[in-house]
Design a protein around this ligand. Sequence first.
Ligand code: AMP
Length: 397
Amino acid sequence: MKIFVVNCGSSSIKYKVYDMTDESVLASGLVERVGSDEAVLTHEPAGGGRQTVPLGHADHNKAMRDVLARLTDPDVGVLDSLEEIAGVGHRVVHAGERYSESARIDQAVIDVIEDHFPLSPLHNPANLAGIRASIAAMPDTPQVAVFDTAFLATLPRTAWMYPVPMEWYEKHRVRRYGFHGTSHKYVTRQAAALLDRPADEVNLITCHLGNGASITAVAGGHAVDHSMGMTPLAGVMMGTRCGDLDPAIIFYMLQEGFSAEQIDNALNKKAGILGVSGVSNDMRDLLAACDSGNERAHLALDMYVYRIAKYIGAYRAILPALDAVVLTGGIGENSVPTRAALCARLAGLGVILDGQANAATTGGKTGRITVDDSAMAIWVVPTNEELMIARDTAELV
Ligand code: AMP
């Protein structure tokens, strides 16, 4: 069975074609600058022969038609005809409380995606544009929506409710939704298999540490708490986002003469690792600056690790038991010094790093980075959101 996975942004379309018999990737690619006169398609068949093609002016519909034309192209294509595609899986960022599982796309699903435009103004409209373009190009092929929020829809009310006036939730939908759900779901399933635990019995703390970062407490295979909030600004410190802070800081900065827009921009784009270090939002740059003795870089790294350790401690307290802490995302999967610093911060919980295993587990490798005697097992499990989307799509079609 062949599955076409689409991740559509406001000016980009990322795609992969999977052969689900062995979950191999047949082709992948990316259209950039969708909506402009300079759209560019980069298409890469698995066997090599990467192509970069200017598309001229391309909206989402034209870009999608061009991508599909590549897939069946006699030279660089990987399909004889589009009829080989058994289903299209679309990443959809926000479905709020409405879906806790992926869903076949029908009018009701489209209505829900539209209904969540106000809560996801950057992503949901782009995701829907991709869905519409895909339906227009392949009207008879089943389409599936895989929601980032779905895995987190199982949070208990105690965890998702904010202590605000009840009508903020009832009238304005103010609550914790969470993000990165597809990644947390994927690594939860992988970890259950690695630990030889039934998928519905595994207890984990999964840490998605990329440029954006979030942490999920998983009990019995289901998410029970999560660090991001109504928006992806909350939780741990990130590349450019602040994570948790005193909400009154915003009113104070308004009184200091900053506009709401300036504060919003600063907390989303100029805070976090970048804001504290003044160096970069990228962990590799931060570590290089630490090595050259930059004090602000050291402070940023220390704060970054400290805030993650506090979440792990808090989630350990609310879980009935813990099989493992799972690290994933660009930093979780690759950054040996950051992981070592995190394990040192968790020494109070009995965590003992295995330095050799830590150094060896990078570049897409899976493995445990704590010694057998460590009171808490810490695992590195590379994430694969596209494969999770492909699996859910295959299951539903
Ligand atoms: P992501 O958003 O998951 O792509 O992760 C991006 C983050 O991962 C950036 O902060 C990168 O610096 C970090 N990252 C990627 N590769 C490495 C590496 N080899 N060592 C340290 N950090 C890395």
